[in-house]
Design a protein around this ligand. Structure first.
Ligand code: IDP
Ligand code: MG
Length: 160
């Protein structure tokens, strides 16, 4: 029985991160993946994917009464996206910090949106806003068998 392992297991969360079509078209995929990879989170799912309209609408269903909703769906389905699942203690909130504010002009330098974008309607990346939505969105975007459970060789150098 290893209490410290049990404690760290309990905090493990997953988040759905997506490079939006503008990020793919602008050649930012490598840079964006790299930021999560270098931080030390664990990649458990990754694919290039053309999103169908019904999936985009389901993913953003909480926003379906907003005036920008039709344009948002058009944007997300306008070209391939890169779908990712990332895992780790605190990954949901940390990923949101790495991504930066929704409006790239308000996003801090050093964040993905702060460094790489200028407009809310083209803000290059998505990140789940809660552990519950992380699970929900990974379930929406990935099929069983597309996710991998593995132990990174560096695990023991990331956490004591
Ligand atoms: P988030 O992506 O930072 O979580 P949300 O408020 O959940 O921001 O909005 C989802 C996405 O909808 C944004 O990332 C952006 O692409 C788009 N969006 C949000 N607000 C606007 C807006 O006022 N105009 C155009 N697009 C918007
Ligand atoms: Mg959101």
């Amino acid at each position: 029985f290893l209490p410290h392992l049990v404690a760290s297991m309990e905090q493990v969360e997953e988040t759905y991160i997506m490079v939006k079509p503008d990020g793919v078209q602008r050649g930012l995929v490598g840079d964006i993946i790299s930021r999560f990879e270098k931080k030390g989170f664990k990649l458990t799912g990754l694919k290039l994917f053309q999103c169908p309209k019904d999936l985009a609408e389901e993913h953003y269903k909480d926003l379906n009464s907003k005036p920008f909703f039709p344009k948002l769906i058009e944007y997300i389905t306008s070209g391939p996206v890169v779908c990712m699942a990332w895992e780790g203690a605190g990954v949901v909130a940390s990923a949101r910090k790495l991504i930066g504010s929704t409006d790239p002009l308000q996003a801090e330098p050093g964040t993905i949106r702060g460094d790489l974008a200028v407009q809310t309607g083209r803000n290059v990346v998505h990140g789940s806003d809660s552990p519950e939505n992380g699970k929900r969105e990974i379930g929406l975007w990935f099929k069983e068998g597309e996710l991998c459970q593995w132990t990174p060789a560096q695990a023991q150098w990331l956490r004591e």
